[in-house]
Design a protein around this ligand. Structure first.
Ligand SMILES: [Zn+2]
Length: 88
């Protein structure tokens, strides 16, 4: 299975395989200080994938702080250490 490592704002997720919006979150847990790691499932084609998401309020705050570059580094670090721990 392909690994997806995109960090994005939380929004209605489309299936990366069939573009269906019939997707749901099967698991959600914090990853680092700012993100949530979510396991998503597509009900149309049963594809499963993982997203790392930032709540839009947090994202707005980042933009105001203009420290995005450093924050993105920190987010990537959090993803690295998370993936080192477990992948279910
Ligand atoms: Zn699908």
């Amino acid at each position: 299975m392909k690994r997806r490592r995109d960090v994005k704002k939380i929004k209605k997720a489309k299936c990366p395989e069939c573009r269906s919006i019939l997707t749901r979150v099967s698991d959600s847990r914090p990853c680092g200080k700012y993100m949530y790691r979510r396991r998503r499932v597509c009900d149309a084609c049963k594809y499963r994938w993982t997203t790392y998401e930032i709540p839009s309020e947090t994202w707005k705050l980042f933009q105001r702080l203009k420290k995005l570059e450093n924050i993105v580094k920190e987010l990537n670090k959090a993803i690295e250490s998370n993936e080192g721990l477990n992948e279910s």
